[in-house]
Ligand binder design. Structure first.
Ligand code: HEC
Length: 125
């Protein structure tokens, strides 16, 4: 699996499970876990996300032995913290963990941006 495939198949959907565990619409919790089973599912997603972070560090995905590894380790750590946060079953705690996780995505993408898309040759219709 390439980095791109790993992002699409695991990192993006699993992190969405974590982000979706703390959502409010007009101040009302929306679509968030309510039962122990649902919280366990979020925990499983966070744990699997941590393992996906480990896969980022394997050859041939790792882009180098320094900055890439640090960013991938930050993802692993944030995913493990998010897994722990599910034990609280507290939306504010979960929201903070999601924010930390989100920052690790940006930190890596800023340093290793996805390949640029070719510029459109004509105005988009
Ligand atoms: C260690 C570095 C690293 C981390 C951490 C990381 N990404 Fe990525 N991500 C990449 C790279 C590199 C690409 C570009 C891959 C390519 O186009 O070949 C990418 C691409 C993507 C894409 C675009 C996939 C596509 O269809 O082209 C998504 C979505 C994505 N990442 C989501 C995330 C999310 C969500 C997180 C955090 C939970 C995250 N990534 C964390 C390195 C990282």
């Amino acid at each position: 699996m390439s980095v791109k495939e790993l992002m699409r198949a695991t990192v993006a959907p699993l992190s969405n499970e974590v982000f979706d565990a703390a959502v409010w619409v007009n101040g009302i919790p929306t679509g968030v876990p309510t039962t122990d089973e649902e919280w366990d599912e979020v925990k499983d997603s966070a744990l699997t996300l941590a393992e996906a972070g480990n896969l980022l560090m394997m050859t041939p995905r790792a882009r180098d032995t320094s900055g890439w590894m640090v960013r991938a380790q930050e993802l692993v750590a944030a995913a493990l913290s998010a897994a722990k946060a599910t034990d609280s079953k507290d939306l504010e705690t979960m929201f903070r963990a999601g924010g930390v996780l989100d920052a690790t995505c940006d930190a890596c993408h800023n340093l290793y941006p996805p390949l640029e898309m070719p510029a459109p040759t004509a105005p988009m219709r």
